[in-house]
Each structure stands twice: as structure tokens, then as C-alpha cells.
Design a binder for this molecule. Structure first.
Ligand code: MRU
Length: 347
């Protein structure tokens, strides 16, 4: 797949494949300022927890470049811009992690000038970018081993190359299984309202020649009952200290149904998606997005004027519904409070 996040040294800008228009057209969105970065994050030019982490890392560097031209206290200006990036979307921990990582470099550098800080930030952003692909490939290797030849894997939302720097987490598991010589196919739940499954998962798998069928979100129970689903693999925006996994709205329902039909339900995510500071999924802020995403299809309003809607973008899946959490360091199993503690004990 085309690299959908690109840093251009020539333009000193971040160039993003605009996911709002996929699969119909491939348009690119150029970010040079904090405002561009925040806009791209909020309207979902770029989305998916690791991808927004990578974008935020470059965003901090671009914020520094922007502050360079300003009169006044650069530290104060920069701090406020980092705050804007940090707050662009509340649920994915990766965004917060990336901004904190840049802040850590700044703090550790002591009394550094902005001119000296910027190359350190750009270098770190590139490392996070490249490192993300390597992490996904390892997730694919560990997760691929859990899949069987002939499996049909259901996924919800898009946790693929487009949601990461490349390869994907949940779709990394699919790619990993294929790399291991297994024949697998995918059911992509369409994922209302932004249709990450129907548009993005279908787009990237189809482009790579991986068999995929799109299903309405509400077909899940029947497909499972008919024995058409062997495994479920999803990504996560945040996994809490007890192993609850917060992911795209609807994931919780898929997990309940998988439990009902004895289908293993896996979560695939890099270690830094695990937020050990947050005890349970119920403690994670759930993004409440623009009602227009629910009320409208294109320019056409569906519910009558004046009727309100819910557009909560994520839900927490309780750890007892999760068969395993696939990370780049191996697969975690219940009890998750213990396996997660052990994973972090070496740090
Ligand atoms: O609102 P989105 O599209 O950013 O939500 C994305 C998801 O829910 C993904 O499943 C999650 O971020 C994991 S991406 C590897």
C-alpha cells in the first residue's frame, strides 16, 4: 500500500492521504501548522490510534517550526500548541503518549534552544513512524500464529495499514497469517457512522488482494450463528490496566456476540496502547463527535429535523470477553491485571 503518512523534507511538511475521500479518490492533505495538524486529527483526514500518534509526533515538530517565527516567549507559545495537539481527540492514548514523549525530550534537554530542540523532535518523530511499522509486523507474527488455515476473521472498524504507519494491528494479524502460508479471509463490519470498515478496511485489503466481504454491523449475530466467523480480531485505542479494551463503537456488541457463539475475540495493539495509569475501560473518556456524522449521509439528512442523535465514537469491551491481547512483545492472556503488570515490570 502507498505510504499514507509522509514527511517531506523538501516542503518541511507532513503529507497525509486524506482518508475522508477513500475509497473513491486518493487526495493528499498537507500539514504545515498546528492548526493543519489539529484539523486533520479532528475531522479524521488521518485516524486510527497509532496513525494519530505518529501524526501528533510530527505535529509537535511542526508546532516548533511555527513558533520559530513568533515574537515573544517561545516556550509559552509552544506549550500551548502542544496542548492543542494533545486535546485534538480524547480517547486514543497514542496521541497523548506522542505529545508526552516530545515533552520528555524537551524536559530532559534542560535549557535547550528551540533551534537545537527541533532536530531532536524531528528525529524522534521519524523513529516513532518507522518503529510503528516494525511493531505491527511483530503483532502480525504473534497474532498470525493464533489463526488457523481457512479461518474467516471478522474485524470492526479499520485497524489496518491506514490506522498505523503501515501493515496494521488487527489487519497485521491477517497479513501475518497470510505471510505464514495460511489462507484466511476477512469480514469487515461496515462500522457506522464513519464507515471505516466498508470504506477503509475493504479498500486496503482489496488493494492487497486479500479476500474481504463487507457486512452491515447488524448482520453480526446471524453471521456468527451460521458459523461464518471463526475468529474476531480488532484494534484498540486504549487498553486499561485491567485489560479492558476501548475501541470503535460497536466493538463491545461484537465481543458479546462472539462470547455467545464461542468465537475467540482477540485485541491487537502495540504495548504503548496499554495505559497502566487508567484502571478500567469505564475510566476512559469517550469521544462524542459531530452529530452530522450520524444524521447525514452525504448531504442528505436521514432523521427528521429536530431529532437528536448519539455519536459516541468508542466503547469499552470488558476484559472477560477478550481471549488474548496481541502485542509486539507476545500475546497476553487473562488474568490481564497480572499479565499487563508483568509486561511493564521490565521497564
Ligand atoms: O475513530 P477512528 O477511526 O480513529 O477509530 C479507530 C479505531 O477504533 C481503531 O480500531 C483503533 O484506533 C485501532 S487502530 C490500529
Amino acid at each position: 500500500m502507498t505510504e499514507h503518512i509522509q514527511y517531506s523534507a523538501e516542503k518541511d511538511a507532513l503529507i497525509l492521504l486524506d482518508q475522508r475521500y477513500l475509497p473513491n479518490r486518493e487526495e493528499w492533505f498537507e500539514c504545515q501548522t498546528t492548526e493543519d495538524i489539529c484539523y486533520a486529527l479532528v475531522v479524521m483526514v488521518v485516524r486510527g490510534a497509532p496513525a494519530i500518534g505518529v501524526t501528533a509526533a510530527y505535529g509537535c515538530y511542526l508546532a516548533g517550526r511555527e513558533v520559530q517565527g513568533m515574537d515573544g516567549d517561545w516556550k509559552e507559545f509552544l506549550q500551548s500548541k502542544l496542548g492543542q495537539i494533545h486535546d485534538a481527540r480524547p480517547t486514543a492514548v497514542n496521541l497523548r503518549w506522542a505529545v508526552r514523549e516530545m515533552q520528555r525530550i524537551w524536559n530532559e534537554a534542560g535549557n535547550i534552544t528551540l533551534e537545537d530542540l527541533l532536530p531532536l523532535w524531528l528525529e524522534r518523530a521519524k523513529e516513532i513512524h518507522i518503529g510503528d511499522i516494525a511493531m505491527c509486523e511483530l503483532i502480525g507474527k504473534f497474532g498470525g500464529a493464533l489463526m488457523d488455515d481457512g479461518d474467516t476473521i471478522m474485524t470492526h472498524c479499520n485497524a489496518g495499514a491506514l490506522a498505523t504507519a503501515g501493515y496494521g494491528t488487527a489487519l497485521g494479524v491477517v497479513r501475518g497469517a497470510i505471510d505464514q502460508g495460511k489462507k484466511v479471509s476477512v469480514i469487515a463490519n461496515e462500522t457506522r457512522p464513519f464507515l471505516q470498515g466498508a470504506r477503509l478496511t475493504a479498500y486496503e485489503l482489496h488493494k492487497d488482494g486479500i479476500p474481504v466481504k463487507v457486512a452491515c454491523d447488524n448482520a453480526c449475530a446471524l453471521l456468527m450463528k451460521r458459523g461464518l466467523v471463526d475468529k474476531v480480531v480488532v484494534g484498540a485505542d486504549r487498553i486499561t490496566a485491567n485489560g479492558d479494551a476501548v475501541n470503535k463503537i460497536g466493538t463491545f456488541g461484537v465481543a458479546i456476540l462472539a462470547d455467545r457463539f464461542n468465537i475467540p475475540f482477540y485485541v491487537a495493539a502495540p504495548k504503548y496502547t496499554i495505559d497502566i495509569e487508567t484502571p478500567t475501560g469505564e475510566d476512559v473518556p469517550i469521544e462524542d463527535r459531530d452529530p452530522m456524522e450520524v444524521t447525514h449521509i452525504g448531504d442528505h439528512r436521514i432523521p427528521p429535523e429536530g431529532v437528536e442523535v448519539y455519536n459516541l465514537a468508542f466503547d469499552p469491551t470488558p476484559n472477560e470477553l477478550i481471549a488474548g491481547i496481541i502485542t509486539e512483545e507476545g500475546v497476553l492472556y487473562p488474568p490481564y491485571n497480572e499479565s499487563i503488570k508483568k509486561l511493564f515490570s521490565a521497564d
